[in-house]
Design a binder for this molecule. Structure first.
Ligand SMILES: [Zn+2]
Length: 140
């Protein structure tokens, strides 16, 4: 089976099972290459503020895209991302943390589309509900 996508999501233990379920069942992926790093794909557009972290992680994405030949990149942000909250949120002006993350993920998508021309880039957000379930939103 060819690699269908390169997936970048956060390392946060609270969301790992939901991420996996969504990728396998929600998106019906059979083969994907995974990069789990603190903050997931939020680093992509933050090179100005964390140049080494961004460069190193972008090198990993480039490696995976090139070596697997995956036609699609998937970034998944999540509710209450501690890394985003600690490192990145202060560079944004939207009212809520989630809104800031949405803005950041859209900027990340834009940069990835420029960097990997021809690839499809999808961004999602895992929203934790009061009952403990996780709902996934596709970000336009
Ligand atoms: Zn996180």
């Amino acid at each position: 089976v060819d690699t269908e996508a390169v997936v970048v999501h956060c390392s946060d233990h609270r969301f790992q099972a939901a991420f996996r379920d969504y990728l396998v069942e929600g998106l019906a992926l059979r083969a994907y290459a995974l990069m789990a790093v603190p903050g997931g794909g939020h680093f992509v557009s933050m090179g100005q503020f964390m140049p080494k972290f961004t460069k190193s992680n972008l090198q990993s994405i480039s490696f995976l895209m090139k070596r697997t030949g995956a036609p699609r990149l998937i970034l998944i942000g999540h509710d209450d991302c501690l890394f985003f909250r600690d490192q990145f949120q202060f560079y944004f002006t939207e009212a809520t943390l989630s809104q800031r993350q949405f803005t950041n993920l859209r900027a990340a998508r834009k940069q990835l589309l420029e960097r990997f021309s021809g690839a499809r880039v999808d961004i999602y957000f895992a929203d934790a509900e009061a009952d403990g379930s996780v709902q996934f939103i596709r970000i336009d």
